[in-house]
Design a binder for this molecule. Structure first.
Ligand SMILES: Cc1cc2nc3c(=O)[nH]c(=O)nc-3n(C[C@H](O)[C@H](O)[C@H](O)COP(=O)(O)O)c2cc1C
Length: 198
């Protein structure tokens, strides 16, 4: 492939995908059909704990993030796993249909999973929308905007005496003089060639 970065030009947004007990940041959301009960799809990595939770609870909420969302929400849900922390501890949420949605979001949609497709790395979950609301009229954050602004959004600072390597795909930071042999980003799985030294 000459340049896979063309995929970054597919217009996607930034969302918090939640279910009971956890959730994560996603950009791979799309509307499959319109009508009174639209279908929404979301692709979730099999290695994410959220994938396991979705298969257990069969329901999800998508909170749409705005350009001026508190970046702590992205850090908490995008760079941590609910296997280790309670992501809801310091983030304000409201329970809708038993699922926490993000108060700082533009709004939410809650869906019941009606279908799923497995591939090697991801499950594509398809949900029927059962509840939705708009909290505030703001400009949504696109995935392209996140890519262009992630360093300032995540306020990347190098800890004194430490070298930071930043994943140019998702923004994950690895601290260490050199990246280990065969290193892969734990978040988006790209190789070490995608990391930039700070
Ligand atoms: C900008 C950004 C976009 C992401 N998009 C997706 C996505 O579309 N699907 C996905 O499964 N993970 C995506 N992730 C990765 C998950 O949010 C991340 O792996 C998270 O830590 C998983 O948490 P969990 O183990 O609690 O599920 C994205 C992360 C970032 C920072």
């Amino acid at each position: 492939m000459k340049n896979i970065k063309i995929t970054r030009k597919i217009t996607q947004g930034m969302y918090v995908l939640t279910t009971k007990e956890g959730g994560c940041i996603v950009d791979a959301v799309s509307q499959v059909s319109a009508g009174d009960e639209p279908l929404i799809s979301v692709a979730v990595m099999k290695s994410n704990y959220t994938n396991e939770l979705l298969k257990k609870h069969n329901k999800f909420a998508i909170s749409v993030l705005s350009k001026d969302v508190n970046p702590e929400i992205i850090k908490t849900f995008g760079f941590n796993t609910s296997r280790e922390i309670n992501k809801f501890e310091n983030i304000e949420t409201t329970k809708i249909e038993e699922i926490d949605v993000i108060n700082d979001g533009i709004g939410y949609m809650v869906c019941e999973i009606v279908d799923s497709i497995e591939n090697d790395t991801h499950t594509l979950f398809i949900g029927k929308m059962i509840e939705a609301d708009v909290f505030q009229e703001k400009e949504p954050m696109s995935y392209g905007y996140y890519q262009e602004h992630k360093e300032e959004l995540l306020k990347v600072t190098t800890e004194k005496g430490k070298t930071a390597w930043i994943c140019s795909v998702c923004g994950y930071i690895y601290y260490g003089e050199e990246l280990p042999e065969n290193f892969q980003c734990p978040i988006c799985k790209v190789g070490k060639e995608y990391f930039k030294k700070q």
